[in-house]
Design a protein around this ligand. Sequence first.
Ligand code: FAD
Length: 490
Amino acid sequence: MAPASRGSRSACRGDVGSLGAVEQTHFDLVIIGGGPAGYGAALYGASAGLNIALVEKDKVGGTCLHRGCIPAKEMLETAAVVRTVAHAGEFGVLVEPVGLEWSTVMERKQSVIDKLVGGVTGLLKNRKVTILNGAATLGANRTVTVVGGEDGSETATLSADAVILAPGSVPRVIPGFEPAGPVVTSDEFFDIDGVPEHAVVIGGGAIGCEFASTLADLGSAVTILEALPKILPGCDSDVTRVVLQSFKKKGIDIRTGVAVTGHSPNGSGGTTVAFGDGESIDTDLVVVSVGRSPYTEGLLGDGAGVRVAERGFIEVDEQYRTGEPSVWAIGDVIATPQLAHVGFAEAICVIKDILGEDAVPVDNANVPWAIYCQPEVAFAGLSEDAAKAAGIDVVTSKHRFGGNSRAMIIGQTDGLVKIIAEQRADGTAGKLLGVHMVGPWVTEQLSGGYLAVNWEATVDEVAAFIQPHPSLTELFGESVLALTGRSLHG
Ligand code: FAD
């Protein structure tokens, strides 16, 4: 791929907003979509000297900052504070019974979002990225038409040496469960007006489990309805077992292998959800959490030349090229793991490709996964079942937080670390294939395991590194050490 030219005019670089004020119409790079993938590409590309326009039809930050990662984790943190206060007596700290001031819960969530959006927007402006508010449509030969303004009457036509499509995704909806009244998707969840007495979460994937965990810790009675035989598909079975036990302790009722068939509002704000073989449940809130669909509405105009596959994902090759010269697609709109950090990594890869540098694409099988329910889940690489299904001989090591000093100190001993390593011909453990964690703050502990798996390190190599004491990460160290055939505490 030829490097982009750099000679564009820069009359309004760094400006935000009004299409009427667009003086410059040709850019090195036009990016459609201001979520993590799009703004990530803009920040990285601008830091490499590209002259960039970023077009966003809603708010810079995308799903992640406004309706996804950030509000979800912020509300999980409120739930964590509730748990901490509820258990304060165990530490000899005597507090009044916990109460929730919902307006403060909402204000804090919004203030975190606002600060992050302000930070990203500030970085983009400092790097002279031109941000345009409007809906963009790609036409022939990398022409991008933008429609915006208060009444949608402003337009601008941009051209570019390169275009990145990063329009993201939207919540998938089950027919009959369109968001209205007590039925919400993740788009509406973060604006609910209080903690419901009872909630049904449809879907036991990562996001569904985060919602269930949040609501249960805030005081709701929660039922998860999952059509598949188990929740958290893709996680190692030992990890899922710990989550199941912990969710049961919270009082979350988990029903697997049941599909919802409809619901009928009860006239007092709630509804009755029908599921399975003629069963039903009355509830105050239904959270539909059944995955996300790629979003390409209005994106591709005549002559865009970009192919959309059957399931709605934009087709790309291993370098995220669409097949149309100098047009790339990244983030949730392509069929790669729908994660913000994958979007960032794809963005970096594409910018390098645009610059004509070597770009190593993301290894989708080994990306880090983090699920922030309580207990948290984090993993990278193969689960034991997946390794065996792939015909790989493995050895495993499993250690529980119950014996870890820091976990005892903080009073959170549910959970484990499991290592999956390839078995050498002599029966000893070789390369690390998977690191799976469930328990306190494991989302903050995965990086060592992620690095080891992606570095294709062996058990002996990783075991030589030390972990601080007392720390939760000692459990990762112990689990790897045990695979060398010797151990300390394990
Ligand atoms: P998006 O973030 O969806 O952004 C796309 C942007 O493009 C939007 O702002 C949209 O308005 C804009 N756009 C679309 N079409 C046009 C157009 N034609 N013209 C102009 N603008 C357009 N991921 C994680 O990694 N960690 C997590 O903990 C995590 N938690 C999540 C929790 C929830 C509840 C949800 C819903 C998602 C979560 N995700 C998480 C997923 C993460 O939010 C997405 O993977 C990420 O936001 C995708 O980034 P993106 O840039 O591809 O798309």
